[in-house]
Design a protein around this ligand. Sequence first.
Ligand SMILES: [Mg+2]
Length: 265
Amino acid sequence: MQRKVQELIAQKKVFLLDLDGTLYLDETPIGDMSHTLEALREHGKRVVYLTNNSSKTAEEYVRKLSRIGFYREGDLVYTSAMATAEYLRAAYPQKKVYLAATDAVKAEFFENGIEHSEDEGEIAVLADDTTIYFPKFCKLNELIARGAPYVATHPDAVCPAKGVFPPDVGSFIALLEASSGRRPDVICGKPDRIMGDCIRRRLGVRAEEVVMVGDRLHTDIRFGNRNGFSALLVYSGETRPQDLEKSADRPDLILDSLNDIVAYL
Ligand SMILES: [Mg+2]
């Protein structure tokens, strides 16, 4: 067992790391996670923070992850918003979009070649806009009901948080489905393939060289399975061992927490 796991880990160049439930819980690091991340780097593994959260920019995440003591020069933050911008650039070059997102995330889309326009946007794009208000829903609904291409950053219904979980993009999708009768044509984040393709292209690696580490079966582990990456499930977040029996999502490796990987490096 030990040998098999070591062999699997040795093949991997890129560690895609989910955040909440995998590296920290409510910003409190799980065990000595900074040390674990350092051990991965020392063994030549590329540390990539991969999040479906599209309410923050990569730069905002770099600041947050630096504050917690995780981020180091050479690490990469990749969000579902970045994957969505890359998808839009390839699928709809030169087109303007109507983008529901925070101002900072809108600016990041712009830096990545995607222009938002209130009046001329031809594609409805839904990110986790924590500043969303009724007229924005109306504008999205109008575009979607009229048949415009409709793209969402990720499918999660709620955000992990202390207390009651607030609505996330999946809940906005449900609202717009009730009013327009349509669901997104494309969802870019985990567990779909677009973000996986983006990462592989960006880092120039083959699927076999990548492992996805996460605490959720239906997002992280399914994402690994669908993209041909190895999938490492950790029990430090949402999933309990009994959940695994009922699931079709198959981790290649299971650890109580990512910290346990140090023994296999
Ligand atoms: Mg998680």
